[in-house]
Design a protein around this ligand. Structure first.
Ligand SMILES: [Ca+2]
Ligand SMILES: [Ca+2]
Ligand SMILES: [Ca+2]
Ligand SMILES: [Ca+2]
Ligand SMILES: [Zn+2]
Length: 381
């Protein structure tokens, strides 16, 4: 991808205390040693579990194609020092036997799984675009316009491979976000930004955890539907922590190690797009995307009343959710304050309160976020 500067290189086999001399990580002890090297920041292991036995020994479901995550972070520089990828080779052992939970993927689908895990390895989270494909039960026969816009970073693998449909392995959302995270000098001359805030009906209080999607307006002169193909998303409050912590229960004082504590970011969103004309819309993150499949900072996702609407120029708490205005973005341009006001959400205060003594419910205080994300396989035919 010309707009990103990220590259990968083979640094040799995994080696160090506790690792077999041939570098082959096969047992739980080997795995723990490799994880230790990763956490120490000295190596970024890529583990191919050829027969799936290590995955099972770790107590993980054989339906998991792979998992990955960052190990050591440099908080000062804001960089990833080391990360780990684990791939379940049982999906490529030539055996398809559901009675032993040994499934099979095509080589192209497995390539996509590797790419998805490399996305996490590189700092990307999950993206939710064209969710209706997933909800309507397509399995291996997804319509191509919607498949084109379905990110490789979608939490679940369920369509035919992108390659088999004549599509590049990365969707526009994947390209946009890896380029934003690790931009090449050409990023600024190829991408603009749509940004703003999502508010509850009071027009003041920020909403974190809503999925915001920018879709290119369909070009009637082409047979493809660009509104399904060219879409980039983000979750509101993506830079704000999903768990600010609290000192009451005694077990969550500092909260998550991830995310900003600046309240001005709670409802903020930012979407990198190539130059063109776009609509912007909000929706809930699907309630099934929890744990290793979570999307954005909140796990479980917030299910917000009145979450579904398009942006239009005169946003209010009483507008028609389907009314939309298109935005034209040039490369290098940033559109700001493309703000949503959700319709008729419950009031923030009751009549006995004012803004000085507000009570906010603690966000999932017992939840510990596992930095390693799992990518389960579902409904693959
Ligand atoms: Ca298999
Ligand atoms: Ca078209
Ligand atoms: Ca609206
Ligand atoms: Ca509205
Ligand atoms: Zn994932």
């Amino acid at each position: 991808m010309p707009t990103t500067s990220i590259t990968y290189s083979y640094a040799g086999q995994i080696s160090g205390a506790g690792i077999p001399s041939n570098g082959d990580v096969k047992t739980i002890q080997d795995f723990n040693a490799a994880l230790g090297l990763c956490n120490g920041g000295t190596q970024s292991p890529v583990i191919f579990d050829a027969d799936g036995s290590l995955l099972r020994a770790l107590g993980l479901s054989p339906l998991i194609i792979g998992f990955s995550g960052t190990c050591k972070l440099d908080y000062q520089a804001g960089h990833i020092v080391s990360a780990l990828v684990f791939l379940n080779g049982e999906f490529q052992d030539g055996v398809n036997d559901p009675t032993t939970s040994n499934y099979e993927l095509t080589a192209d689908q497995f390539d996509e799984a590797i790419t998805h895990e490399m996305g996490h390895f590189s700092g990307l989270g999950h993206s939710q675009i064209n969710l209706d494909l997933f909800k309507s039960g397509f399995a291996g026969n997804c319509p191509v316009d919607e498949l084109a816009g379905l990110p490789i970073m979608f939490p679940v693998e369920f369509c035919q491979s992108r390659k088999s449909a004549g599509l590049p392995i990365l969707a526009p959302d994947d390209v946009a976000w890896i380029s934003k995270l690790c931009p090449h000098a050409t990023f600024a001359s190829n991408y603009g930004t749509i940004s703003g805030f999502v508010f509850f009906s009071d027009g003041i209080t920020h909403v974190q955890g809503l999925n915001v999607i920018a879709r290119q307006v369909d070009d009637p002169s082409t047979p493809q539907d660009e509104s399904k193909r060219v879409a980039v998303s983000v979750v509101s409050g993506f830079e704000f922590t999903g768990n600010p912590g609290q000192a009451i229960t005694g077990d969550n004082t500092g909260g998550s190690q991830y995310g900003s504590r600046n309240p001005a970011l709670i409802g903020y969103y930012e979407i990198p797009v190539t130059s063109g004309t776009y609509t912007v819309q909000t929706e809930n993150v699907d309630s099934s995307f929890v744990g290793g499949s979570s999307v954005g900072p909140l796990d479980p996702p917030a299910i917000t009343y009145g979450a579904y609407e398009y942006w239009h120029q005169y946003e209010s708490a009483f507008d028609n959710p389907a009314q939309k205005d298109a935005l034209t973005v040039q490369a290098g341009q940033k559109l700001s304050n493309i703000n949503f006001i959700l319709n008729q959400t419950p009031p923030r205060f009751d009549q006995f309160e004012d803004g000085e003594v507000r009570l906010e419910s603690p966000p999932t205080p017992f939840l510990l976020r596992d930095p390693r994300e799992l990518w389960p396989l579902v409904r693959l035919s």
